[in-house]
Design a protein around this ligand. Structure first.
Ligand code: SF4
Length: 372
C-alpha cells in the first residue's frame, strides 16, 4: 500500500454550524442603539482596562475595541473624577457605554447625567430605599437599563450562611432580591448576569434563573484567567449557555488586552453558527509531511486579514498529501508543498504560487473575495 493510502483524511466541517437549541424568549431592552434580547443578535461586549480617569488612553482603547467589532463597552467608575472623565469619553466615542458602579448611588446618578447608556449596579448594595429610588427615577427618566450583576465572589454574607457556599441557588436568590427591588419601583429595563469563576456553577445558575424571569441575560465566566486558559474556560462555559439559548450579550473576561476578549467572543459565536465576523481560518496542525514554515504563513495571513469583517472559509494546509482535499472544500485555500503553494478557489485549482508569493498573493486573493 502506498503511503498516501494510509493517511486518514481530516474531516473538517466547512458548512456553517447551527446551534442546538432555540434562544430563550426574553423582553428586549436597548443599550444606546443596541438591541438586547427579544430575538436580537447576541451582542459582544468588553470592558476597558485603563484608568477611566485617563481620558486619552480610555478613548483609544474603546476605539480599538470598536475596530474589533465590540458593540458595548463597560467602564469602572470608582469616584467623582472618573464620572467627570466619563462625560468627556462619551463625547469622543460612538460605542454605548455602561458605567460599573459599586455602592455609591451618587456616582450612579452623576453618570446618568453624563449620558451613560446603561448602569451596572446592584440596587441592594446601595443603601436605603430612598437612595435606590433616586437612581431608579434618574434611570427611568432617561430610559437607561440597569444590569444586575451577581458574582459568586461577592455574595451577601446572609446568603452564604443560608446556603453554606456561593452555590448557583444562592447566586440566583441574590439576583432575584435585586430584581425585586427594581420591579417594586416599576423599573423593567433590566439585564441580569450570574457569574462564577467556574463553568458548571455559572451554567447551573443561569439555568435556574431562566425559569424565573424573562429579562435578557449577560453571560460570561468571570475571572477566567489569561489568554489561553481563559479562552478555553470561557469557550466551554459560553458554548454551553449559548447552546441552551441562555445568553443575549456575552463577555469573555481575560487577563489580556480587551481586544482579545472581543476576538474570542466572536470566535465562540461563529463556532456555534450564531454570528459571523471575519474569515474562518482552517489550518492544519503541521506534521512531518509539511515542507514549508506553515506556522509563519498562517500567523502572517491571519494578521493581514484581521481587519476583514466578512465570513469566508479559508484553508491553509501544509502539504500536498492531505492539503488539496481540504483546500478544495473551503471558499479559498492553499495547499503548500516544497517551494510552492497551489491555490484553490471554490474547489478548483486557480493559481500556482512560488513559496515567497504564498503570503502576499493568497492574502490579495482573499481580500478580493471579502472586499477589504
Ligand atoms: Fe495534514 Fe498538515 Fe501533515 Fe499535511 S502537513 S498531513 S495537511 S497535518
Amino acid at each position: 500500500m502506498r503511503e498516501r493510502d494510509t493517511i486518514i483524511p481530516c474531516n473538517f466541517q466547512y458548512s456553517k454550524p447551527k446551534p442546538f437549541f432555540p434562544r430563550r424568549k426574553t423582553r428586549q431592552i436597548k443599550i444606546g442603539e443596541v438591541a438586547i434580547g427579544g430575538g436580537a443578535p447576541i451582542v459582544v461586549q468588553s470592558m476597558t482596562k485603563t484608568d477611566t480617569r485617563d481620558i486619552e488612553r480610555t478613548v483609544s482603547q474603546i476605539k480599538k475595541l470598536e475596530q474589533e467589532g465590540c458593540e458595548i463597552v463597560r467602564l469602572a467608575v470608582p469616584d467623582r473624577e472618573a464620572v467627570k472623565a466619563l462625560g468627556e469619553i462619551k463625547k469622543q466615542v460612538s460605542l454605548p457605554l455602561v458605567a460599573d458602579i459599586h455602592f455609591d448611588y451618587r456616582l450612579a446618578i452623576a453618570c446618568l447625567k453624563k449620558g451613560v447608556d446603561a448602569l451596572r449596579i446592584n440596587p441592594g448594595n446601595i443603601g436605603s430605599r430612598e437612595k435606590v429610588r433616586e437612581v431608579v427615577r434618574a434611570a427611568k427618566d432617561r430610559a437607561v437599563p440597569i444590569r444586575i450583576g451577581v458574582n459568586s465572589g461577592s455574595l451577601e454574607k446572609g446568603l452564604l450562611r443560608k446556603y453554606g457556599k456561593a452555590s448557583p441557588e444562592a447566586m440566583v436568590e441574590s439576583a432575584l432580591r435585586h430584581v425585586r427591588i427594581l420591579e417594586d419601583m416599576d423599573f423593567p429595563l433590566i439585564k441580569i448576569s450570574l457569574k462564577a469563576s467556574d463553568v458548571m456553577r455559572t451554567v447551573e445558575a443561569y439555568k435556574i434563573m431562566a425559569d424565573k424571569v424573562d429579562y435578557p441575560f449577560h453571560a460570561g465566566i468571570t475571572e477566567s484567567g489569561s489568554l489561553i486558559p481563559g479562552s478555553v474556560k470561557s469557550s466551554v462555559g459560553l458554548s454551553m449557555l449559548l447552546n441552551l439559548g441562555l445568553a443575549d450579550t456575552i463577555r469573555v473576561s481575560l487577563t489580556a488586552p480587551p481586544e482579545e476578549e472581543v476576538r474570542v467572543g466572536f470566535l465562540i459565536l461563529s463556532s456555534l453558527g450564531l454570528r459571523f465576523r471575519g474569515p474562518n481560518i482552517i489550518s492544519c496542525p503541521i506534521c512531518a509531511r509539511c515542507e514549508v514554515d506553515l506556522l509563519k504563513i498562517v500567523t502572517e495571513i491571519e494578521k493581514r486579514l484581521s481587519s476583514a469583517k466578512d465570513y469566508i472559509d479559508v484553508a491553509i494546509m501544509g502539504c500536498m498529501v492531505n492539503g488539496p482535499g481540504e483546500a478544495k472544500e473551503a471558499d479559498i485555500g492553499v495547499a503548500c508543498g516544497r517551494g510552492v503553494g497551489v491555490l484553490f478557489k471554490k474547489g478548483r485549482v486557480y493559481r500556482r504560487l512560488k513559496e515567497q508569493e504564498i503570503i502576499p498573493e493568497f492574502v490579495k486573493e482573499v481580500k478580493k473575495l471579502v472586499g477589504v
